[in-house]
Structures are given as C-alpha cells and as structure tokens.
Design a protein around this ligand. Structure first.
Ligand code: UD1
Length: 354
C-alpha cells in the first residue's frame, strides 16, 4: 500500500487535515506529523478531541521562536522521520512555516510533494505566508487549488503541471456542520454581536496599531466578541493593554472548531485578518470586513460581501451594517473537495507506477 506522510502544525491545518483524513479510509496509508507549531491546548488538542481526529503519529516541539529557528527545527526533525518512514509522497497544507518545512525536506529527498491549497497569492512578500506559499508551490508535484484565480497565479510563475482545481477542503466541513445542525447559539451572548479574530503581525505587533484596532472595535454599534489568538494576547500583555479598557469588546479564548463556527454563524458579521475565516463567513452568508491591505481570496470581494480595510478604519461601522449577499453558492467548490483529492492522489500513484 502506498504511504502518504502529512505535515500539520497550525490551527487551520488541523481542520483541513481532518476533512482529508476522513476521506482517505484505506486508499493509502496515512502517517501524520504534527510539528508542534501551535501547542496551547485550545490551539491544538481541542481540535483533535472534538473532531475525533487520529492522534498524530509524531508530535514535534517546534513552536515559538523566530521564523528561521522555528522552520529549521521542524526541518531537522521532519527529515529524520521522512528518512525512516520512506513515504511515497509528503502532503502539506496552506502556507505556514510547517508547510514550508515539510515541502523543503521532501523535495530535497526527491519525494513527491502534494500541496493542498496551492496557488494562493497576496503579492505581499512581507507576509511570511506569502514566502511559504510561493516556495512550496515551486517544489510541489501535485497542486490542489481552490479556483481558476489560483491556476492563473501559478501559470504566471511557470507552474503549469499537475495543477488541479478541486475547490476548498474547508468548505466540506462547513457544509457538513450546517447540514448536520452542529452549529448552536453560544450561551454567553444574548444580544446581537459582531465576531472578531485578529492575529496577523501587522495588526498585533505594533502598539499604536493594536490600540487603534481595539479602539475601533470598541466603538462599534454592537458588542464585539473577540476570540483572541495567543499572539494578540501576548502583545496586549506586553503593552499592558487592559481588556477592561475596551468595554464594548468581550474577549474570549481561542475557540474550538464548532464553537468558532457557531459564533460566526449567529453573528451579524465578522471582522478578521484570518484567511480561512473570510471564506467561512462567505459560505455562511455573513458580511466580512478583512483588516488587511490585500486578500488571497479575491473572489469573496465581489459584490462587497468581503471588504478590505487597513490604514483608515473609520468606515468600519458603516460597512458592517451593509447586508451580505454571498450569492455564489459554488464559491470554492461544492463541498466534496476531500473526496476529489483522495481519488486524484490514488490515480497519481497508479500512473506513476506504470
Ligand atoms: C500561524 C501561521 C499563520 C496562520 C496562523 C493560524 C506562519 C508563518 N503563520 O501564525 O499563517 O494563519 O498560524 O493561527 O506559519 N503561540 C502560543 N501558543 C500557541 C501557538 C502560538 O503562545 O499555541 C505563540 C507563539 O509562541 C508565537 C506566537 O503565538 O509567539 C505566534 O505563533 P506562530 O505559530 O509563530 O504564528 P501565528 O501567528 O499563530
């Protein structure tokens, strides 16, 4: 049986991996390496517990530290595992340091790299994720992309082989959660509210910027439920920013998958700088304001359902009150991306062994 070794490490990758793992069944052997990039219980363990995911076969401790240090530590350990396991392919998701570490190790050992969520671009090289995605795509052998835009991005960079449009694997789980009635109103909010998540360095690491963003949220016309990422919380602490100074914001811990989606589902809109949540908002029919200069998910901007805002946030209040249409029901696939990916990997192995 063919063996695929998957690398995960950060919160969104656990979700994508769950959607993939559920479809693999006995198509091939799946070995999972968790790099430990995210290590807090509510950033990692909670996803394995509530989604009923298999425990990773390997759990590394490469969280924290600067980018070079973090990625380097991951590479050293992943290489040992890959040499030992001799997989037929290494599979990576998205654009984190864990993605890049896995892709670099595998490609140098001449092991095919499969990249799920390939072809996305922000065209902002100041984002570590942009560097991670470009490099990963250029060493990948199978590139699963969510849309035509991603195909075009890759084409312009000369990456033209084995690029397959399959939609977005995160959509599989969103659709299933809605259909199965898994999303429930959260007990701790009775009044209408906006949901917020922010963790990008350009919003969190500079004190003035962070204060500006928090003040803007605190001035909105509805309560803001803010699920606060460790990175943001660490900077608030370092800058001695007290939660009580923002009376309109209800700060809550990072949430598990279903709670996070439930908060979003019952909110009057989302304010975020996350990549994944821009799409989740769209699929759930929610207005989204993305606190960034650009987005990789450009299709969500059509019809103004998702709005980019960065330097000047004074229009946030007005923009939030506009209704979202989210009329493209097939945006980023039809919710069967996991099945498509597994079947195409199977075919890939078959053609390779001929
Ligand atoms: C990472 C990804 C980003 C993704 C995000 C999802 C990279 C370059 N960035 O950003 O693309 O959107 O995950 O959440 O890979 N920390 C904790 N506990 C944890 C995890 C992190 O305290 O469980 C701390 C780290 O020690 C570090 C900071 O938070 O100081 C940032 O963590 P890191 O994983 O480096 O990057 P993220 O900002 O989470």
């Amino acid at each position: 049986m063919k063996k695929v070794l998957a690398i995960i490490g950060a919160r969104p990758q656990f979700i994508k991996h769950f959607a993939f793992e559920s479809e693999v069944k006995d198509t091939f052997q799946l070995i999972t390496v968790h790099t430990g990039q995210h290590y807090d219980e509510n950033m990692s363990k909670v996803f394995f517990d509530e989604l009923g995911m298999k425990k990773p076969d390997y759990l590394l401790q490469s969280g924290g530290g600067h980018h070079g240090e973090q990625t380097g530590k991951m590479m050293i350990e992943i290489e040992k595992i890959v040499l030992d396991e001799k997989p037929d392919a290494v599979l990576v998701y998205g654009d984190t340091n864990s993605t890049l570490a896995g892709a670099l190790v595998a490609s140098k050992l001449h092991i095919p790299v499969i990249h799920i969520e390939a072809g996305l671009r922000s065209f902002n090289k100041e984002m570590p994720e942009e560097i991670n995605r470009v490099l990963t795509d250029h060493v990948s052998d199978m590139l699963f992309v969510p849309s035509e835009v991603a195909v075009h991005n890759l084409y312009k960079e000369g990456v033209r082989e084995n690029v397959r449009i399959v939609g977005d694997i995160m959509k599989d789980l969103v659709i299933k959660s809605v259909k199965s009635g898994w999303l429930k109103p959260m007990d701790d909010v009775s009044e209408p509210y906006y949901y917020a998540t922010l963790h990008r360095p350009y919003n969190t690491d500079d004190k003035d910027r962070l204060v500006y963003v928090l003040n803007t949220l605190s001035d909105l016309d509805k309560k803001v439920v803010f699920a606060i990422h460790p990175r943001t919380r660490n900077f608030m602490k370092a800058y001695r920013l007290n939660e009580d100074s923002y009376p309109n914001i209800r700060f809550i811990d990072p949430q598990g998958y279903f709670n996070n989606l439930s908060y979003l589902f019952y909110a009057d809109g989302l304010i975020t700088d996350s990549g994944g949540m821009q799409k989740e908002a769209y699929w759930l029919g929610k207005k989204c304001i993305t606190i960034r200069k650009e987005t990789e998910w450009t299709e969500t901007l059509e019809d103004g359902d998702n709005v980019l805002m960065f330097y000047d946030l004074s229009a946030l209040k007005d923009k939030m009150s506009a209704k979202a249409k989210c009329s493209n029901k097939n945006l980023y696939g039809d919710g069967t991306t996991g099945t498509k990916i597994v079947s195409q990997i199977k075919d890939y192995f078959l053609t390779k062994s001929k």
